[in-house]
Structures are given as C-alpha cells and as structure tokens.
Design a protein around this ligand. Sequence first.
Ligand SMILES: Cc1cc2nc3c(=O)[nH]c(=O)nc-3n(C[C@H](O)[C@H](O)[C@H](O)COP(=O)(O)OP(=O)(O)OC[C@H]3O[C@@H](n4cnc5c(N)ncnc54)[C@H](O)[C@@H]3O)c2cc1C
Ligand SMILES: *[C@@H]1O[C@H](CO)[C@@H](O)[C@H](O)[C@H]1NC(C)=O
Ligand SMILES: *[C@@H]1O[C@H](CO)[C@@H](O)[C@H](O)[C@H]1NC(C)=O
Ligand SMILES: *[C@@H]1O[C@H](CO)[C@@H](O)[C@H](O)[C@H]1NC(C)=O
Ligand SMILES: *[C@@H]1O[C@H](CO)[C@@H](O)[C@H](O)[C@H]1NC(C)=O
Ligand SMILES: *[C@@H]1O[C@H](CO)[C@@H](O)[C@H](O)[C@H]1NC(C)=O
Ligand SMILES: *[C@@H]1O[C@H](CO)[C@@H](O)[C@H](O)[C@H]1NC(C)=O
Ligand SMILES: *[C@@H]1O[C@H](CO)[C@@H](O)[C@H](O)[C@H]1NC(C)=O
Length: 541
Amino acid sequence: MEVISPQRIQPLLFLIIVVLFSIVAFSASGENAAQNTFLRCLLNNSEPSHPILSAIFTTNNDSFSSVLQAHVRNLRFNTSTTRKPFLILTPLHVSHIQASIICAKNHKLLMKIRSGGHDYEGVSYVASQPFFILDMFRLRSIEVDIDSETAWVQTGATLGELYYRIAEKSKTHGFPAGVCPSVGVGGHISGGGYGNMMRKYGLTVDNVIDAQMVDVEGRLLDRKSMGEDLFWAITGGGGSSFGVIIAYKIKLVRVPDTVTVFKVTKTLEQNATDIVYKWQHVAPAISHDLFIRLILDVVNNTQKGTKTGRATFVALFLGDSKSLVSLLNEKFPELGVKLSDSIETSWLRSVLFFADINISEPVEILLDRQPKSLIYLKRKSDYVKKAISRAGLEGISKKMIELDNTVTLYFNPYGGRMSEIPSTASPFPHRAGNLWKIQYQANWNQAGKEFVDHYINNARILHKYMSSFVSKNPRGAFFNYRDFDLGINQNGNNSYTEGRVYGVEYFKNNFERLVKIKTKVDPHNFFRNEQSIPTLPHMTS
Ligand SMILES: Cc1cc2nc3c(=O)[nH]c(=O)nc-3n(C[C@H](O)[C@H](O)[C@H](O)COP(=O)(O)OP(=O)(O)OC[C@H]3O[C@@H](n4cnc5c(N)ncnc54)[C@H](O)[C@@H]3O)c2cc1C
Ligand SMILES: *[C@@H]1O[C@H](CO)[C@@H](O)[C@H](O)[C@H]1NC(C)=O
Ligand SMILES: *[C@@H]1O[C@H](CO)[C@@H](O)[C@H](O)[C@H]1NC(C)=O
Ligand SMILES: *[C@@H]1O[C@H](CO)[C@@H](O)[C@H](O)[C@H]1NC(C)=O
Ligand SMILES: *[C@@H]1O[C@H](CO)[C@@H](O)[C@H](O)[C@H]1NC(C)=O
Ligand SMILES: *[C@@H]1O[C@H](CO)[C@@H](O)[C@H](O)[C@H]1NC(C)=O
Ligand SMILES: *[C@@H]1O[C@H](CO)[C@@H](O)[C@H](O)[C@H]1NC(C)=O
Ligand SMILES: *[C@@H]1O[C@H](CO)[C@@H](O)[C@H](O)[C@H]1NC(C)=O
C-alpha cells in the first residue's frame, strides 16, 4: 500500500483543486471556457511581428467600459441591462482581423463589427446572445491622391476625418457622403450612404472603385480577387453580412471653391403648406447643383398656448449666391430666398453648416470623433413617389401637432443623378421614380422605459399615418436607417423567410441577388446579425 508522503500532498492537492476548479467553471459556464480558449487561439494565431495582445480588451481591463462607450451613439443602448460583449478586439493590423475570424469560427462565437457605431439599432455593439466586438476605430488611415482624384480610406475613419483630409489637399475636391461628420466609413459606405451632393453625384457607393476586405476564410481580398458579385454586395448591401471591410478606394468629385448654403423657415401661418406643396415639385426636379432638404416639426405659436407646424428648408448649392438667388427666383419664388439669406463658404465649411455647427468654428472640429452630446433615438424611413395633396399636407401637420412634436420629419429630395443610375447598379434600389425619402426622427433625453415606449410609439403612429402617401408593395425603407420594426432574423436562425421580410423593403429585387452571393461566400452564416442577409433555404442546416 502506497503511503503519500507529506511532501507530496501539497502539489497533489494543488492539482486536484485546479482540476476541480476548471470542471466547476466549465460546467457552470461553457461560455467562459469557450471564451478562454478563444483568447488562447487569438494569441496562437497572431504574428509575433504584430502582437495581438495590445488589441484585446477583456471585461477585466480598466479601459473596457470606455472603449465600449466611445462609439455608442444611441443612449437606448447604454443602459445597465444592455448585454455587454465579453471582449473587444481593436485590430491594429490585418492579421488581427484574420485571427479573430478564424478563432471565432472555430469556437462558434458571435462577432459584431463596429466602425463608427452610428447604427440606429446598435447592431454593431449589442446582441441578444454572448458576443464580442471587432472594433475598427484604430484602423483609420486616409490616403488622398489628387493626381488620380482618388483616396483609400480605412473603415475606422469618420466622414469628418475624410472630408478634412480631402480639403487639406484640395479646395476643389469633395466626396458625396453623409452630412453627419461623426458617422463611420465602414457602416456608411457598405450600407450605401447618401449626402447633400446626391442629386449631383449619386450615393457614396456610386463613387467607390475598389475595396479591401477579409472573408470568412480569413483571406485578404481586393475587388479583383473577390470578384464583381461580392464587390457589388459590399457597396450597399451592408458589409456585416459578407466579411470585414478594411478600406474602400473612392473616386473624389469636383466641387467649386465657393458654394452657397441657406436655411429659411416658414410656419403654417406663413403659408408653409403652400410652399411645401411647391417644394415637392421643385426640389426633385431643379438643377443637380441644388439640394434643398425640408424638415417638418412643431413649434409654439406666437399666440400663447397653441402649437403650429414649421417647415425648415436647408440647402447646399454648388455655385455662388447670385446664381442661386436667380435660379430660385425663377423656379421657386414662393420660398422668398434673398441674397441676405444665403451664405457663401467653402465646401468643407458647408459640412459644418449642415451639421448645425457655426461655420466660423475651426474646421479641426471635424476631427472630433465624440459628438458634443448624446441622445436617445429612434429612426424610421419611407419613400414618396407621388406629390402629396394640400389636404394631405394639412393632415400631416395636424397629426404632428397631435403628437406634440415628439417626431420630426426630414425630407431628402431625389431626382438628378439618382434617377439616372439603374436600380440594379448597387444593392440600393430606390432610384428613378422616387421623389424623396422621409426620415422619421424621434429624439429624447430622459432615461426610462416610459420615454422609450412613448417616443417609439409616436414614431410608429406617424409612420402608420403616412401609409397612404408613401411607396407600397413593398413599402420601401433605407438600409442605413436601420429599423427593427421591419422585422429581424433571430441571431443564428438564418431564416430566409424572416430575412425576406426586411430584405425586400431595404433592397427590393436586389435582395435575391444578395442572398445568392451570401450563400456562395458565407454558406454557414458566420457573418450575421439581426438584419443580415440570410443564405438560401436549402443551405440552412
Ligand atoms: C447622427 C447620424 C447621422 C447620420 N447621417 C446620415 C447621412 O447623412 N447619410 C446616410 O446615408 N446615413 C446617415 N446616417 C446613418 C449611417 O450612415 C448608418 O448608421 C451607418 O451604418 C453608420 O456607420 P458606422 O460605421 O458609424 O456604424 P456602425 O454602427 O459601426 O456599423 C453599422 C453597420 O455596418 C456594419 N459595419 C461597420 N463597419 C464594418 C466593417 N468595417 N466591415 C463590415 N461591416 C461593418 C456593422 O456591423 C453594422 O451592421 C446617420 C446616422 C447618425 C447616427
Ligand atoms: C496553435 O496553433 C497551432 C498551429 O496553427 C495548432 O496546431 C494548435 O492546435 C494551436 N493551439 C491552440 C491552443 O489553439
Ligand atoms: C488593457 O488592455 C490594453 C490593450 O490590450 C493593455 O495595453 C492594458 O495594459 C490593459 N490594462 C489592464 C489594466 O489590463
Ligand atoms: C453610459 O453609461 C455609463 C454607465 O452607466 C455612464 O457612465 C455614461 O455616462 C453613459 N454615457 C452617457 C453619454 O450618458
Ligand atoms: C400667404 O398667401 C396668401 C395668398 O397667396 C398671401 O396673400 C399672403 O400674403 C401670404 N402670407 C405670407 C405670410 O406670405
Ligand atoms: C412651448 O410652450 C410650452 C407650454 O405650452 C412650454 O412648456 C415650452 O417651454 C415652450 N417651448 C419653447 C421652445 O418655447
Ligand atoms: C459664430 O461664431 C462667430 C465667431 O465666433 C460669432 O461672431 C457668431 O455670432 C456665431 N454665429 C452664431 C450663429 O452663433
Ligand atoms: C430563433 O432562435 C431563438 C433563440 O434560439 C428562438 O427563441 C426563436 O424561436 C427562433 N425563431 C424562429 C422563427 O425559429
């Protein structure tokens, strides 16, 4: 019979404790075990010349919360009950992205990809099951080449950074992307973004000529090696269904060294209804150089105690103020825009104007990634194909007053270049035949479920009220204005039937082509989220 000597007891006890502990930990949470092996896998799969350790933030890391919150752009998803990722990986090198895909696939972990974090439903940083974030903000180089009028921009850059770097090299070049400078390049371009030069130059994706991405096998691809189908898909179909986009090569566009902006407002008492009625016919048809956004909201009337509707017209004209005023005098005299209303400035400063920043501010403000303040928000969208009658417009104002200014409407006119590009050129389908797009905005700044319910409910009420004025069968929606009300594909279910519901509203007939490409490049649906493109039904396991 063997006698265990006292000297041997200690190490043996230690071993038993370790084994017991790991069994307990494993059975208590298979999740933790998978996450630990994931960590080991990441370390194991990274190149020594590009250490991955400095890219990893676990929940134990002091900076974890600040890295997570740095790109949360909707306070609805900054609550204590919002599920947090178990890890954030902030790649500094392509090999970190490759390792994360290979290891996440091996360990069946859900990856969310985030660039600027502006997704209206927080798709890039929230999930209903355990997940980690691949956060692209440290990959944000921008190389502008004026000779070839192109630029390579990494997806972690913001639009403000991009505009600033272009203007640094040339005062007569710009890029037709979104009006909010803090929006991320990754989500914006892959989702088919638009901005106030869309009537002249089309969408962002109409001006993208190459891309770099990592696919589900961990391969680094460019346009040539990925092929035209996949390139088409990631220029409007959303990057996160297909791979991790590292950079886009964009075609710069020409802008005059002086542009003109204006903002004028009209209340119902100042004949807003008549002017809005006219706007419907003018804004989508006028010179491609002019973009007149219309905002409808509700304000206090000068007569105490009553509310009234207000129309705000915000415009960018690619030309000088004299030409603008004479154009408007001819085509839209009802708006009454005078020389004194119009401001001549540079294209870069017109970005400040549209972002509601004083245009005298230093342009370096465009490099600020952190917005001044954050709010709770909900967005919805619609497309209008037929002008609305005066009675219809009056009804809308009445409804908005009833809803007590909880929902604002943004009308972005189409036409111009948008109507010339075929609806199959990119996954974005809303081209000729659309007069303008509506964005429903509900913004609030009080915490609590009752506010969430109240504002979201009012946005839904107004959206429902608008049914007779907007596109139908299918009712159109803009993919970059993410809206879970259109339906979601439960993570991992990969249901074609569920995916088709939101898919045809966002992409119409282009949805089926997206599904075919998805089925080919990611048949096991690794790249997925609540509204990703599903694979074909017979591929579902
Ligand atoms: C204040 C504000 C203003 C806006 N203004 C405009 C506008 O003027 N025009 C317009 O078109 N849109 C506008 N949007 C919408 C915006 O374009 C979309 O929300 C866009 O998806 C944001 O990109 P992001 O990188 O910041 O978002 P994220 O939340 O980081 O990502 C959005 C989606 O793209 C995916 N994704 C992000 N990066 C990558 C990548 N590198 N590879 C693969 N997938 C990726 C994410 O997984 C997610 O599904 C605005 C949004 C906000 C909040
Ligand atoms: C580390 O990588 C090697 C080769 O890629 C592989 O054989 C090994 O199983 C990996 N180990 C872990 C713990 O992932
Ligand atoms: C947090 O993570 C960063 C990046 O990996 C690392 O440099 C830092 O040392 C970590 N801090 C702590 C307290 O673990
Ligand atoms: C987000 O939540 C954290 C944690 O509760 C909080 O400290 C932070 O201030 C919040 N951010 C904003 C902008 O409210
Ligand atoms: C509104 O329109 C009417 C009729 O066209 C006109 O008489 C009136 O002056 C207008 N009011 C304003 C404030 O422009
Ligand atoms: C509008 O009027 C309401 C009272 O009816 C008041 O509470 C609110 O502060 C007013 N808003 C503005 C912007 O003056
Ligand atoms: C913008 O800034 C300038 C210079 O600081 C200032 O004179 C001007 O009043 C500001 N304009 C507005 C609308 O705040
Ligand atoms: C999708 O998956 C979730 C969780 O696994 C499950 O609760 C839900 O019922 C599934 N939905 C469908 C339509 O199968």
